[in-house]
Ligand binder design. Sequence first.
Ligand code: 5CA
Length: 159
Amino acid sequence: MKHTLSPSAQKVQEAIRQRGYALEVIELPQSTRTAVEAAQAVGCDVAQIVKSIIFKTKRTARPVLVIASGANRVNEKVIEALIGEPLGKADAEFVRQQTGFVIGGVPPIGHIQPVQTFIDQDLLQYDEIWAAAGTPHAVFKLTPQMLVELCGGQVIQIT
Ligand code: 5CA
């Protein structure tokens, strides 16, 4: 039997389908809120978890999405050099307003509005990766190539 997805996970499933991909969002009883928890829940390496991290530009207060391998910490200086302005912290409210999703469930796609996106090149080495799908219990499996196609972001070294 197919289980019913929660509304936020359903939004991501719909966004995937609209783009013509047959990827399936799954909701798990275990938490997938952090990269470590998500890796444990699906049984993959933490480096194969796709972290979708929202930053807020200091001058223009725009969101910037950095899609990072779960094993990496984003070097904000690298992103700042590329966008030409300093980055500040995005708080939970900003993340929800800009993406439509809560922290821990922010997906790489399906946001309320388009967002400037950078993708960690380290993700490209894996056959399969797992991304958040709208809630801290929802994920979907995809290939790095699909991630790049779906997000249309600039692939860079983020560390
Ligand atoms: N579902 C998992 C794996 S797919 C997930 O979403 N991981 S994540 O790393 O992409 O999302 C957590 C990110 O949210 C953290 O890296 C951090 O940048 C951000 N975050 C966590 N807590 C806060 C907070 N209190 N305020 C702002 N951002 C936060």
